[in-house]
Ligand binder design. Structure first.
Ligand code: SAM
Length: 256
C-alpha cells in the first residue's frame, strides 16, 4: 500500500510538462557520446554534473563507444529497450534518438523524468520492493527486451537482485548491461551486503567459469539459469577518474 505522499508525487509528475521527443529535431550527431553530452547524461564525456545544481565540475564515463560497439547493429531494429534508474531521463532521450525504431522503457523510484514520446514509457518502480516488481511484471505483460541497462543505485545487493530478476526478461541474443559495477568495491557505502555477497567482478569470473559461488540472493537454481543462458561477458573501462583511480566500469552480458 503506497503512502499518500506517493500519490501526491505521482499527481504532480503527471501534471508536469515534459519535453516531447517526437517534436524535437536533433542536428545530425556523430557519435552516441555526443548525443549523451547533448542531453547531459554522465554516460557521455565532460557533461555538467547532472546530480548537483551547484557543482561546476564536468564529469562523464565515456561509455558511448562501448554502447556503439555492441549496439550499432540494432540501430534500426524494432525492439524493446529498458533502463533501470533514469534520473531525469537524459539517457532515455539519448537512446530514443540512437535507436530509431525501438520502444524505450525507463523505470525509477523517483518521479524526475523530463521526457515523453509515443515511443517512450516511464514506469515507477522501486526495484527493492516486491510489490513494485509484481506491478511492473503486470504492466509489461510478458514483454521481452533486447537491451536492459542497470544504472540504478549501484548498491551491491541491488546490482545482484536486479540481475536475478531482470536477466530473465531479456530476449534470446539480448544484452544485459551493468554500469559502474565496481562501485561497491570503490565506495564502502555501496557495499551493503555485510560480506554475504561477492563483489560483482568476482561473481562475473565465477559466471564465466560456470562455477557455483556463495550468495544469499542468487540461489543455485538462479546460478544454473545464468550458466545456461549467458553466452559471453565483456568488461570495459570508461574514462572517469576520481580519487586518482578510474571508477568507470561497464559490463555487457550477452544472452544465449
Ligand atoms: C545514476 S542515476 C541514473 C542516471 C541515468 N541512467 C542517466 O544516465 O542519466 C541512478 C538512478 O537510479 C534510481 N534508483 C536508485 N535506486 C533505485 C531503486 N531501488 N529502484 C529504482 N530506481 C532506483 C535513482 O532514483 C536515480 O534516478
Amino acid at each position: 500500500m503506497k503512502k499518500l505522499s506517493w500519490y501526491y508525487k505521482l499527481f504532480i509528475f503527471k501534471l508536469r510538462r515534459k519535453i516531447n521527443l517526437d517534436n524535437l529535431i536533433l542536428n545530425k550527431k556523430k557519435s552516441l557520446n555526443e548525443v549523451f553530452n547533448y542531453f547531459g547524461t554522465d554516460k557521455g564525456i565532460n557533461v555538467k554534473n547532472p546530480y548537483s545544481k551547484f557543482s561546476k565540475k564536468q564529469i562523464g564515463h565515456g561509455f558511448g563507444k562501448f554502447y556503439e560497439k555492441y549496439f550499432y547493429k540494432f540501430k534500426n531494429d524494432n525492439f524493446n529497450f529498458l533502463e533501470i534508474g533514469i534520473w531525469k531521463g537524459a539517457s532515455l532521450a539519448s537512446f530514443y534518438f540512437y535507436f530509431k525504431k525501438a520502444f524505450i522503457y525507463g523505470i525509477d523510484r523517483n518521479f524526475k523524468n523530463n521526457y515523453s514520446s509515443k515511443r517512450l514509457e516511464f514506469i515507477y518502480c522501486n526495484t527493492t520492493s516486491v510489490s513494485d516488481l509484481i506491478d511492473l511484471k503486470k504492466k509489461l505483460r510478458k514483454k521481452k527486451f533486447k537491451i536492459i541497462i542497470d544504472d540504478g543505485s549501484h548498491l551491491l545487493n541491488d546490482i545482484i537482485s536486479n540481475l536475478k530478476f531482470f536477466f530473465k526478461l531479456l530476449d534470446k541474443g539480448g544484452y544485459y548491461v551493468i554500469e559502474d559495477f565496481n562501485h561497491p568495491k570503490y565506495f564502502n557505502y555501496l557495499n551493503d551486503s555485510n560480506n554475504k555477497e561477492l563483489l560483482v567482478d568476482v561473481i562475473i569470473e565465477n559466471l564465466k567459469k560456470k562455477k557455483f559461488f556463495k550468495s544469499k540472493i542468487l540461489s543455485l537454481k538462479d546460478q544454473k539459469y545464468l550458466f545456461r543462458n549467458i553466452k559471453k561477458i565483456n568488461l570495459h573501462k570508461g574514462s572517469m577518474v576520481t580519487l586518482k583511480q578510474n571508477i568507470s566500469d561497464i559490463l555487457f552480458i550477452e544472452k544465449v
